[in-house]
Write a protein that binds this ligand. Sequence first.
Ligand SMILES: *Cc1c(COP(=O)(O)O)cnc(C)c1O
Length: 476
Amino acid sequence: MTGISTFRKHASDVINWIIDYYKNIKAYPVKSVVKPREIFNQLPAKPPEHGEKFDTLLEDLNKIIIPGMTHWQHPDFFAYFPANTSFPSILGEMITAALGAQCMKWETSPAAAELEEMMMNWLKQMTGLPQAFHGVIQDTASTATLCAILTARESLSDFKINSEGYSGQQFRVYCSEEAHSSVEKAVKIAGIGSRNLIKIKTDAVFALIPEELEKAIKRDVESGLTPLCVVAALGTTGSTAVDPLEQISKITKKFGIWLHIDAAYAGSALILPEYRWMIKGIENADSFVFNPHKWLFINFDCSAYFVQSKEKLVHTFRLVPEYLKTSTDGEVNDYSDWGIQLGRRFRALKLWFVLRSFGIIGLQEKLRTHISLARFFADEITKTGSFKLMAPVNFGLVCFRYVPEGSMGKKELDELNERLLHEINDSGKIYLSHTRLNGEYTLRIQTNQTSVTHENVMEAIKLIEDAASGITANYE
Ligand SMILES: *Cc1c(COP(=O)(O)O)cnc(C)c1O
């Protein structure tokens, strides 16, 4: 690995490798079938003394690594939520890697800071977020939620906990029973204690019940506890339930509580005007996060975090040791002051590449296709009566369960569905995941993969139906 001419040759080999990978992606099992340690045991235990040939490296990539990959960009990847990429995003990431810039402060790469500011402004317009909000790219929604809870804590304590540490208050944080585990992680890290995370009951469609939230807050206030933050979810991970933001925002306003919104997956749907109802009440929110790296065709990682007050955010995190002082301090956005990490990748570039390549209309068309595929799946799978829907289809996710004729108990059905999931995934043809809704084992299929088509979804339906008939035949 020395000269630029060797690099030219290897770079073109890698580009060809990438093109072939995408051309042949259907040939791979979607979910890797390797056993634990299978990859590890093929790797030399010692690093090489001397540099090796790039060709042998590529050979080993094909031989050792690829069989151990689960192919998230496979059109038959229907598990979890997607971690979408797209060709413009890949190209943007390649240039980010080539520039190899550390974008911690404005001065360390002015264009990175200014492009980030403008991309966040574009996203604000595209999603209908208030123009007064300020945006910053974080690595993940988990980090953004931690930032929100820390900023809420500092804002409420007049920035005293940062300097003095805790002095006896018992803070309370609220979210629904269906909220993502990152909320609990943030509460633990922020020193609030997971027993002070209050999980509010949800209704028939798994959305937070605002009356229950208000009751819990009142109870805590009466007991001398300090309500700190409510985390509302727009699109829960289990079933994409949408918490009633407008009602929640009235409660947080009334009690002066920080309102953070976790729209990690479904926030992308806000680029469609028909989904804007979800953010009624947003002007009373303090912070909002969504993940373009889930459903906007931007490579992981790229979480868009928006705050009402950039002063509070910066005040919570900013520290300027001598070696980081620059002549533009205070004049420009130094994004290392806007979160936890100092060093930052140039992530705005891939966003710029994708937004310009697709255009708003191109992105809208993709999302609408994905949503219609989910509805199509839901209609088809329930036709015979052997499957039932476990939650409304709000976006591009369907939660369903196999319920064959006969009189199986809940527990038996749980086992049956678990076996069905393993059977389907072990086939390597498609990959689904699961959750529990009302305690019942539930299969999840998301139809948001960048290149998913109607044919892929039809094949998935057939495969699921066949696997289900097979499994009941064995059961009897
Ligand atoms: C995926 C998801 C998260 C976690 O996202 P990361 O970016 O991986 O931290 C948080 N909340 C919800 C609702 C999610 O769906």
